[in-house]
Design a protein around this ligand. Structure first.
Ligand code: FES
Length: 124
């Protein structure tokens, strides 16, 4: 993958708000997962896209026709901007899907292809 598509995900310290004047943050257990083959850290149960964002990853997929990068948009599971391939399954809305240890997350390029199928899924 070209660096311009996903410049983040360097494995550096997580980019998180540690202190806030009125909010408290509670995280699940720290775990590792894989993004395009690279091992990254996140917190169990947080949205996959949040873990990616904390690791500096901003691009989650490329559109099918124009190959344009897409990342967060609604962040509430109502669009298709954050579709990724998760454990081999395409078109997973990563903003509402909890992270688990060892999960394999991949940038989705174009329409998702369901394993064992010749057809692509709906995505543009
Ligand atoms: S960012 Fe819209 S569904 Fe995830």
């Amino acid at each position: 993958m070209e660096e311009k598509v996903n410049p983040g995900g360097t494995g550096a310290a997580l980019d998180l708000i540690e202190e806030h004047p009125i909010l408290e943050f509670q995280h699940g257990k720290k775990i590792t997962f894989f993004f395009d083959g690279r091992e990254l850290e996140g917190f169990e149960g947080e949205p996959i896209s949040s873990a990616l964002h904390a690791n500096g990853v901003r691009v989650y997929r490329e559109t099918a026709d124009m190959h344009r990068p897409r990342g967060f948009f609604c962040a509430i599971g109502k669009c298709s901007s954050c579709f990724m391939v998760v454990d081999g399954v395409p078109n997973v809305r990563t903003c509402v899907t909890p992270l688990t240890a060892g999960m394999r997350v991949e940038t989705q390029r174009g329409r998702g292809v369901v394993p064992g199928s010749d057809e692509g899924g709906a995505s543009s």
